[in-house]
Design a protein around this ligand. Structure first.
Ligand SMILES: O=C(O)CCC(=O)C(=O)O
Length: 259
């Protein structure tokens, strides 16, 4: 992956697509590993938007199928090039718009943080395609360059549909206006993995400390423990007894194995 080129595209346009990110073998392994998760996914009705895609959130509590991918050096290199070294996992989900699902409302992922716009990137959000993304099956629709806007989101501006092959990585600045597209097919699903990263001194979208059970956390590789928040950040945020929280994780692992 040409990390510098992709990071430049994110700075300039608000997003990048890396078409050949996964490769055939990893793509197949992820499809197999996530099959039980996708079987659980349905659709939901809302008064405002009709039938919409439903996501499986808190994925690290439900499967080990995405652990390796989440620690991928190229992926994290690109995230670091966008956010700098102090980033963390903010949420992990499986997303699959299905036949009849309507498009989402236009939104910005960083709307949780009440800062004046435009601002530096707070979030690097990603979708990794397990099926081709097409205009028909719900490919994401974005407004290139909107991460630089100070205006409120306008749902009526022209969008670009992010069509990409299975195995592609789509990464965008959380300030970009976007929405999941509608799925007008009879039977085509648009399976994808969503890794959402944010600056490590912000609150995570999904509470990883509560969401991922402790017995799962202690068995994770240290790199993953750190990614989901068990680390010191920004000159010492996140201590336990004024020490690195990883020390507590390791102590509990030793206790679990000795009992
Ligand atoms: O599924 C997509 O294309 C985008 C999903 C999204 O933006 C969201 O759920 O917030």
């Amino acid at each position: 992956m040409d990390i510098e080129r992709s990071a430049r595209q994110v700075r300039e346009n608000g997003y990048t697509v890396v078409p050949d990110f996964l490769g055939e073998e990893r793509l197949e392994a992820l499809r197999r590993g996530l099959a039980p998760v996708f079987e659980e996914i349905g659709s939901r009705m809302t008064d405002d938007y009709g039938q919409q895609t439903i996501h499986t959130h808190n994925l690290l509590a439900k499967t080990r199928a995405v652990d390796e991918l989440l620690m991928d050096d190229d992926l994290l290199g690109l995230v670091e090039a966008v956010l700098g070294p102090d980033y963390q996992v903010s949420g992990v989900a499986a997303m699959r718009p299905g036949p009849g699902d309507r498009r989402q409302r236009m939104h910005q992922d960083d709307g949780h943080y009440p800062l004046a716009r435009p601002h530096f990137p707070l979030i690097a959000n990603t979708l990794i395609a397990l099926d081709p993304f097409t205009a028909e099956n719900g490919a994401t629709e974005i407004v290139p360059g909107s991460h630089r806007s100070a205006d409120p989101v306008d749902p009526d501006v022209p969008t670009l549909t992010v069509e990409m092959p299975a195995g592609a990585l789509f990464l965008w600045d959380g300030a970009v206006w976007h929405r999941g597209g509608g799925n007008s097919t009879d039977s085509g699903y648009r399976r994808s993995i969503n890794f959402n990263f944010n600056l490590a001194w912000l609150k995570q979208r999904e509470n990883q400390y509560v969401g991922v059970p402790w017995d799962v956390v202690v068995e994770m590789p240290e790199k993953l423990q750190e990614l989901i928040g068990y680390r010191l950040t920004n000159k010492g945020l996140g201590t336990v007894d004024y020490r690195n929280p990883l020390e507590t994780v390791k102590r509990r692992l030793a206790e679990a194995h000795s009992s």
